[in-house]
Design a protein around this ligand. Structure first.
Ligand code: SD4
Length: 318
């Protein structure tokens, strides 16, 4: 008999997402539906400037969304990368999984698919995100993407300027009453990214992973680093080798730090949920342990939805 139901999500905005997901789980709904419902709450919230509607745009002022969903029982997955002008990208990702033989659609053709599948065209910029982009262009100038040499573009990865709301992905892992697992991830990605840049979030094994026999994981942080170590896959594999979700998260973050010690100013974090309903989370200390930027994550279960802090990990510790 499986434990649960339970849902885990990244960041403070994971609280309303968990509340919505919990409603689904509590009424006997599937983990997959819970993930989608929870993620949609964050995607539709204009005050979250790192996910969906209201997310900060790329260097040219266009909001490009990445999202993916993974279903434990079928080991199915769907994803979209660089999706523009659609408000609920995780639902498009689910449609990719359920209505096509493929796993990921990108760019203009992901948008065409979404429109054909019945999603509405939407302006994703809010007054606030437009204002912030104009401010960024005024201080940095427009990068010349066609002749980009890597020198002139400031992606805003300086951790001192990274306040909590500006760059964070919602990742969710859920276990339903029937013992089914699912994971999801949705983001507008790094603010001011090069047009066409796709992060870890829509990539199975990097931004999210679910193995029905073991557990699920999701990641947030600098996707250009996260994808180099397939962070979510690593967390789940560590759980498979016998580590608890908490220790698996800490060990996977340590692995990232070992492999890329010079590249962690922006940081990375992960959450995990086992098939038995245990959960855990960890983040790099650098990037996620500054005033206004603590590593926070949310849990929803029968006792309610709670916000948790830390732990953060460095290489100096065993
Ligand atoms: C990305 N992982 O696109 C996302 C962004 C993020 O905290 O989660 N930032 O790289």
């Amino acid at each position: 008999m499986a434990a649960g139901p339970v849902v885990v999500a990244t960041w403070r905005f994971g609280v309303p997402a968990c509340e919505a997901a919990w409603q689904v789980l509590a009424s006997g709904g599937s983990a997959l539906d819970a993930i989608e419902r929870g993620a949609n709450v964050t995607e539709e919230d204009p005050s979250v400037q790192s996910v969906g509607y209201g997310g900060l745009p790329n260097a040219e002022g266009v909001v490009e969304l990445d999202a993916a969903i993974m279903d434990g029982p079928t080991h199915g997955a769907g994803a979209v990368g660089g999706l523009t002008g659609i408000r609920r990208p995780i639902s498009v990702a689910r449609a990719v999984m359920e209505r096509t033989p493929h796993s990921m659609l990108v760019g203009g053709n992901a948008r065409r698919f979404a429109l054909a599948a019945g999603f509405e065209d939407a302006d994703l910029l809010t007054e606030e995100s437009r204002r912030r982009w104009r401010e960024w262009v005024a201080t940095h100038g427009m990068p010349d993407v066609a002749h980009f040499d890597g020198a002139g573009l400031d992606l805003g990865l300086d951790s001192e300027r990274m306040d909590e709301p500006s760059h964070d992905t919602i990742g969710l892992c859920a276990l339903d009453a029937g013992g089914r697992l699912a994971a999801g991830c949705t983001t507008s990605g790094l603010a001011w990214k090069l047009p066409g840049r796709v992060g870890d979030s829509p990539i199975v094994g990097s931004g999210l992973y679910a193995d029905q026999d073991v557990g699920a994981a999701a990641a947030t942080g600098n996707g250009d680093e996260i994808m180099k170590v397939c962070l979510s896959y690593r967390v789940v594999m560590l759980m498979e080798s016998g580590l608890s979700p908490q220790h698996a998260c800490e060990e996977a973050i340590r692995y990232l730090l070992r492999k890329r010690p010079e590249h962690q100013a922006h940081g990375a974090a992960c959450i995990a949920l086992s098939a038995a309903g245990e959960f855990g989370a960890a983040a790099t200390r650098e990037g996620f342990d500054a005033p206004g930027r603590q590593w926070l994550w949310a849990v929803g279960d029968a006792s309610g939805v709670t916000l948790h802090e830390g732990p953060t990990v460095t290489l100096d510790e065993p």
